[in-house]
Design a binder for this molecule. Structure first.
Ligand code: 5AD
Ligand code: SF4
Length: 475
């Protein structure tokens, strides 16, 4: 999979992926479910929880919505465009429902939470609306909807982590998996709707996380990505007498399961990533040297208005610290262009910060005001769209040059690559990733398999892909 420069993995770029292979119903129910997911990795992981809850009740799955008795859209609210995409998709499903009135349509995730029962009024043919903390109630809500009522549950919880559920791996390559370790966010960045749609921060019991990772390892998986809105504020205490488990502790415990299991994590808030986490990364070869560290803006004034709680200099010092402790660490970021009151000078500060940080990957957006957020309440969305777009283009152009140069620096090196599957372009090539998250493609030779590690000598590159040749098989 080639990484694109804008929006990949975060939101509307990952649109409407449906993952479920057709399956026979495993229990008493014959209903076939189709799930389509939008948005961040958390949403994709949540769809796997939803699939687990429904599978337990005997539902079967289909990858073709025309064959489904129940269609679920797991939605994203982070920018207006993400919501527009979902609404457009709903109009297509509405057409199917007109032909087949028995079909039930459900909206899950952040948009369900944000719009609540208003969704049912606005989108007349939606039958079920379920927020991110209420997926356990889905079977009852489906029953309600089947009896002609509307099924709505958007209660947010301070405890729900779905810790005891084993997610059904959707569209899995059998090698890499997401493991959710915490939910919600307490940060209140002024532009962000997430604290309102996903509620308060809560951490998942480390035993259940380790158990899930162990099961994945036994099933042949070789990489887990520990997921949360803000993984560095992970914190667990069994009881007041027990020692607290921090994110650094958890990271080490997962990494100690097996040297064969790579560990990644996302997302880190710059204010929360500690030296302990960086030292744990440096100590364990199998914790990948890659950090996603969203900066959002290079201007201290704008960072203040965004309520990011750090300044430009503080962020730069954090990046220096990362490079001191993990010299070859890959670094990615998120950037918002055209936030309220952003001047040309502020924008130039973002560009110069990018020059300094030399990101390997950046997810770049223009500001989209979200109703109910602190910025929507207190600030004016005063940057004209044309200016936002021009600034975004400048940020994208700079990033393209930087990331290409960073790819070129890998040419000539031998990298350890975890093979994830066939290259999209040719089945005679493997596709995998390096430790620092670069996509690597190389011709198949020897008796390597998916899930093996290989040493690959990099011979050339494009902006998104390193192209190499097998140097050595390592396991
Ligand atoms: N407008 C534009 N981008 C946003 N993000 C979050 N909220 C908004 C918004 N209102 C971006 C941030 C965040 C990423 C997941 O999405 O960069 O880190
Ligand atoms: Fe949103 Fe900020 Fe929380 Fe990230 S840290 S989810 S940007 S409020």
């Amino acid at each position: 999979m080639v990484e694109f420069l804008i929006n990949k993995q975060h939101d509307e770029s990952r649109q409407g992926e449906s993952f479920l292979p057709d399956s026979e119903s495993s229990g008493t129910l014959t209903g076939k479910v189709y799930i389509e997911s939008y948005g961040c990795q958390m949403n994709f992981a949540d769809s796997e929880v939803v699939a687990s809850i429904l599978k337990e009740k005997g539902y079967g799955f289909t990858a073709d919505f025309r064959m489904a008795d129940l269609i679920f859209l797991n939605t994203c609210s982070i920018r207006e465009k993400a919501e527009q995409t979902v609404r457009k998709r709903l109009t297509e499903f509405r057409q199917v429902k007109k032909e087949r009135p028995g079909l039930l349509i459900g909206v899950l995730g952040c948009m369900a939470e944000r719009l609540k029962s208003k969704f049912i009024e606005e989108e007349k043919l939606v039958d079920i609306v379920v927020g991110p903390d209420a997926y356990r109630s889905l079977p009852e809500l489906i029953e309600e909807a089947e009896s002609g009522q509307k099924g709505v549950n958007v209660l947010l919880s301070r405890e729900e982590t779905y810790a005891d559920l084993t997610p059904v791996r959707l569209n899995s390559n059998g090698v890499t998996a997401f493991v959710s370790i915490m939910r919600g966010c307490n940060n209140m960045c002024s532009f962000c709707v997430v604290p309102f749609t996903r509620g308060r921060e809560r951490s998942r019991n480390p035993q259940s996380i380790l158990q899930e990772c162990r099961q994945l390892l036994e099933a042949g998986y070789r990489e887990v990505t520990l997921l949360g809105q803000n993984v560095d504020s992970y914190s667990w205490q069994h009881s007041p007498e027990d020692p607290r488990v921090s994110f650094a502790d958890l990271l080490e415990q997962v990494a100690s399961l097996s040297p064969l299991l790579r560990v990644r994590f996302s997302t880190s808030h710059p204010k929360d990533i500690t030296d302990e986490v960086l030292y744990a990364m440096a100590r364990h070869e199998n914790i990948c040297n890659y950090i996603h560290l969203p900066v959002q803006s290079g201007s201290t004034r704008i960072l203040g208005l965004m309520n990011r709680t750090y300044s430009r200099d503080w962020y730069i010092a954090k990046v220096q610290r990362i490079r001191e402790i993990i010299p070859d660490c890959g670094l990615s970021t998120d950037i918002i262009c055209g936030f309220c009151t952003e001047t040309e000078e502020d924008h130039l500060e973002t560009l110069s910060l990018m020059e300094y940080c030399d990101y390997d990957l950046a997810y770049m957006f223009f500001y989209s005001e979200r109703p109910g957020t602190p910025a929507a309440k207190r600030l004016t969305d005063d940057i004209p769209e044309a200016v936002k777009k021009r600034r975004l283009q400048e940020v994208v152009n700079l990033h393209r040059n930087q990331s290409l140069k960073n790819m070129e620096k890998e040419v000539g090196k031998v990298l350890k690559v975890l093979i994830e599957g066939n290259s999209k372009k040719s089945t005679s090539h493997w596709f995998g990733r390096s430790d620092n998250n670069k996509v690597v493609v190389f011709p198949k030779e020897g008796n390597l398999c998916k899930g093996d590690y290989a040493e690959v000598k990099i011979e050339s590159c494009t902006a998104g892909t390193l192209i190499g040749k097998l140097h050595n098989k390592t396991s």
